[in-house]
Design a protein around this ligand. Structure first.
Ligand code: UD1
Length: 312
């Protein structure tokens, strides 16, 4: 199949692009290289058509979807904390970009559009685990933008018949996640801090929990979505169904790196969620998804990768 992966040079997008090429698909990547890097595509770089452009730019979007059957829209500026600091940047990269990609896809006759949603849309909902039937209550501009994207996908199915699906990712981690900014994912920050002998920062008391999902599981869910039947604007959790606290994460990383599980405490971040755990029953039912790699195995592979890439 001829497939477009937006954000395909980024963390999740590159893992997905590599898997699609290895499965024999013809892959094009649209990436503005804001945080993505060509070398993330590693071995398959030569087999992928890389187009530099911004998804929020209608001309770039239109060019990128020509001849495409399926779009995976992974491009985003993915940080709750950054969105609290820079709401407009977050809105453009997350909401506007999704609308422009959908518009372009509709006009070019794309058949299927699969979107990287976020667990952050559940926001202040206290119930656990999070189920798709719950009404979202976003707490940050990032979550609002991601939720807006979901609504656009749903109505693009209803209005124009595009086969659409939102996969709500829960705290994805793994090799190639960029630890280079204070907005980076917490596992990338903790791991590189311990490998480099620095003390990581915990915002809040460290008792917050997440359904940390190894990137290979997210790729597996996306591959299932390529062939699934009945995609009609649904939103589906993509996670593992297990919750781990931040303190446990730090202890596990310390054990694997030989570092000390000590952190500097700072006040909890605005817009932060306390507990996040997914019910993955719908992903099982609709996509036949099941997580392939457990947290410990995923963490080991991740720490090994950072040791190679960043270690002393
Ligand atoms: C959120 C979303 C996730 C989304 C991601 C994109 C939720 C539940 N999850 O993740 O779906 O894909 O944004 O960025 O909303 N922390 C520290 N020290 C650090 C960095 C972070 O203590 O140095 C804390 C944060 O305050 C937070 C937790 O670690 O409580 C996880 O943070 P982070 O990795 O940034 O992800 P979320 O904001 O949970």
């Amino acid at each position: 199949m001829k497939i477009l992966v937006t954000g395909g040079a980024g963390f999740i997008g590159s893992h997905l692009s590599v898997a699609l090429v290895k499965a024999g698909h013809d892959v094009r990547v649209l990436d503005n290289l804001f945080s993505g890097k060509r070398h993330n595509l590693g071995d398959v770089r030569g087999d992928v058509e890389i187009v530099k452009g911004d998804c929020a730019d209608p001309r770039a979007a239109r060019k990128a979807v020509q001849g495409i059957e399926v779009v995976y829209h992974e491009a985003a500026v993915p940080s709750v904390a950054r969105s609290v600091d820079q709401p407009s940047l977050s809105h453009r990269a997350n909401a506007t970009a999704t609308l422009e990609m959908l518009n372009a896809a509709r006009d070019a006759g794309v058949r299927r559009f699969i979107y990287a949603g976020s667990s952050s849309v559940y926001g202040e909902r206290k119930e656990s685990p999070k189920r798709e039937s719950m009404e979202p209550k976003p707490l940050s501009p990032y979550a609002v933008g991601k939720l807006m994207g979901e609504h656009y996908l749903r109505i693009f199915h209803e209005l124009y018949g595009l086969e659409t699906l939102t996969l709500r990712y829960f705290n994805v981690f793994g090799p190639r996640q960029d630890p280079g900014s204070p907005y980076s994912g917490v596992i990338s920050l903790f791991t590189t801090a311990l490998l480099e002998g620095r003390t990581p920062v915990i915002y809040g008391d460290g008792g917050q929990t997440r359904d940390f999902t190894f990137v290979a599981n997210v790729v597996a869910g996306n591959l299932k979505a390529l062939k699934a039947r009945g995609l009609a604007g649904q939103s589906v959790n993509l996670a593992t169904g297990r919750s781990v606290s931040l303190k446990q994460v730090l202890a596990a990383i310390a054990k694997q790196t030989g570092g000390v599980a000590k952190a500097t405490r700072k006040p909890a971040r605005k817009g932060d969620i306390r507990h996040s755990l997914a019910d993955i029953g719908l992903a099982r039912k609709l996509l036949g998804y099941r997580p392939l790699v457990d947290f410990e195995t995923g963490l080991r592979r991740t720490v090994d990768w950072y040791r190679q890439a960043y270690g002393a």
